[in-house]
Design a protein around this ligand. Structure first.
Ligand code: NAP
Length: 238
């Protein structure tokens, strides 16, 4: 039996780590949904596993459905077991009073509408026990006391938590939760680290991905669904 996984933004950073992590197992089909298919690097695959690439710009509402149709027509994939809505941008470092509204709008479009569009396109293609994960962030909890000028990004991740909790109740056959990866050494993570006076982010992609894979493997309707979980298997605040 083969397991089919879809990762958005699978061409670099955490998305690529997740694609590599799943593809290195046996009998996995991994769909890497990326805005520029030429940017997808070669991935080593385990026995019976493969990576297929589809085009999906998370900033374009129709692209999620188009990407899944592409997976169906070009690769015969019509059922998906695990989805990680990972694609996002994080480049909004302003006090709330000064966030340029077009910057905020772009973060909202890609990080929230993009994740919701992917959820809407995937649900009809998922069976009982299917898992949909919204990638969240330590910047998301609304009860956090602001320690960085990142509200334009944090609000979008807070909204992903909302989507996950709402979707959990609306879809009793699925496992749906939001997942925070830690502060990770990727383009996004290191950019923020340097901005706040650190040399680099706290943990490596491998550490984060190993934790996230374990959380996703162990998740069920009873464990983590409807909640906001961290990569280390602890529950996060909202
Ligand atoms: N790194 C951290 O410390 C950290 C902490 C908390 C949460 N996160 C979350 O973890 C996820 C991955 O972040 P990362 O650190 O891996 O970031 P990253 O290194 O900047 O990579 C971002 C990924 O998202 C893709 N992406 C951006 N806009 C897109 C669009 N419009 N359509 C399709 N793909 C798009 C990028 O593709 P392109 O190459 O085409 O741009 C890239 O694959 C994000 O949801 C982020 O918010 C990261």
């Amino acid at each position: 039996m083969s397991t089919t996984v879809l990762i958005s933004g699978g061409n670099r950073g955490l998305g690529m780590g997740l694609v590599q992590g799943y593809a290195s197992r046996s009998n996995y089909t991994v769909i890497s949904a990326v805005r520029n298919p030429d940017s997808m690097p070669e991935v080593k695959c385990g026995e019976g596993s493969k990576v297929v690439v589809v085009k999906l710009d998370a900033g374009v509402n129709e692209d999620a459905e188009k990407g899944l149709k592409q997976a169906e027509t070009e690769h015969g994939i019509n059922n998906i077991d695990i989805v990680v809505a990972n694609a996002a941008i994080g480049d909004s470092f302003y006090p709330l009073a000064k966030v340029p509204l077009d910057n905020f709008e772009e973060h909202w479009r890609i990080n929230v509408l993009g994740a919701l569009a992917l959820f809407q396109a995937c649900v009809p293609r998922m069976s009982k026990g299917g898992k949909f994960i919204f990638m969240s962030s330590g910047a998301s909890p609304i009860d956090r006391i602001p320690d960085k000028e990142d509200a334009g990004y944090g609000i979008t991740k807070s909204s992903c938590n909302y989507l996950a909790r709402y979707a959990h109740f609306e879809n009793p056959e699925l496992v749906v939760f939001s997942l925070s990866p830690g502060w990770v050494q990727t383009d996004m993570g290191d950019r923020a680290a340097v901005r706040y006076g650190l040399e680099k982010a706290h943990i490596t992609v491998d550490e984060s991905v190993a934790g996230m894979l374990k959380v996703i493997d162990e998740s069920s309707r009873e464990k983590w669904s409807g909640l906001h979980v961290r990569y280390d298997g602890t529950q996060s605040k909202w």
